[in-house]
Design a protein around this ligand. Structure first.
Ligand code: G
Ligand code: G
Ligand code: NA
Length: 252
């Protein structure tokens, strides 16, 4: 409860930060996008993982203002990067299903795009497979998709309803979960799972990106099997906006 109160003040105290992890297309050999990841630098407890405070933020109803804050910041940052790039990149932002419960969410997103000047096609929203999504939230998601925003399924394959999800949801991209990638060298079943998920993406004509790629062997296996988009420590760790600038300038 105490941490919850601190979280409430964290935004005002500027304790929330965003780090950005570049995503690479191995065939083109270049950065195609970045994922925005939230960080909380607590004044006394130090760094707190979003895995800990996002569920708390959801419980306390703080995910709506926090989600709006990160969306505005990330879009504005990407627009700034676009000014110095020949080929614009996409920014992907994690969405909590709770944010879709907010009936004004779609309007807020429209407003943020207008305000920052970022074109909708350069915004991607990552959403975790969720069986509990109702028609209202699905409608909001469809609305966002119609605006031109890309929708990706995060942690794909780790929850139950993967395939029916793809039928019901306006999805454009699958994010292959890092738990499967981890087993590339050691586990036949993980390799089989990866091939199966890539095949699903192809069948549904969806893009696919692998998460948590840490080694050359993992990257090679993925590329050989048709997953060319890679996110992970092997190429880039999540980094500050300043560091992203340096990396982007080097790759121009
Ligand atoms: O980067 P990291 O390992 O710390 O992320 C841990 C988890 O927190 C991931 O599942 C990630 O999707 C989630 N996460 C990171 N940033 C955000 C955010 O801005 N909003 C939401 N809802 N989840 C986030
Ligand atoms: O659930 P989600 O996919 O959003 O989580 C992404 C999380 O994975 C973030 O916490 C990010 O910091 C972390 N991450 C990104 N790349 C790697 C990697 O190569 N290895 C590991 N172990 N974690 C990674
Ligand atoms: Na994510």
């Amino acid at each position: 409860l105490e941490m919850g109160n601190h979280l409430r003040q964290a935004m005002d105290r500027n304790e929330l930060e965003i780090v950005y992890q570049p995503q690479v297309d191995c065939m083109q050999g270049k950065i195609i996008g970045v994922e925005a990841l939230l960080r909380w630098k607590h004044t006394t407890k130090g760094y707190i993982s979003p895995a800990v405070f996002i569920p708390l933020a959801e419980e306390m109803g703080l995910i709506v203002p926090i989600g709006e804050w990160i969306l505005r910041r990330a879009c504005s940052q990407m627009k700034a990067w676009h000014h110095m790039l020949e080929q614009p990149l996409a920014i992907s932002v994690n969405l909590s299903v709770r944010q879709l419960h907010d009936e004004r969410f779609v309007d807020k997103v429209c407003h943020i795009l207008e305000e920052t000047g970022l074109e909708a096609k350069y915004l991607e929203m990552e959403i975790t497979e969720n069986v509990a999504m109702k028609d209202e939230q699905l409608d909001a998601l469809r609305h966002l998709r119609h605006m031109g925003i890309a929708i990706s399924v995060d942690d794909f394959g780790t929850h139950y309803s993967s395939l029916s999800y793809l039928k019901r949801f306006p999805v454009t991209k699958i994010k292959l979960d890092q738990s499967f990638v981890r087993g590339v060298q050691s586990d036949d079943k993980d390799r089989a799972m990866i091939k199966a998920i890539i095949s699903v993406a192809n069948s549904f004509q969806l893009e696919i990106i692998a998460e948590g790629v840490e080694t050359e062997e993992q990257a090679s296996f993925l590329v050989e099997n048709g997953c060319r988009q890679i996110q992970g420590y092997y190429f880039f760790r999540p980094m500050s906006a300043e560091q992203v600038m340096v990396v982007l300038k080097q790759s121009l």
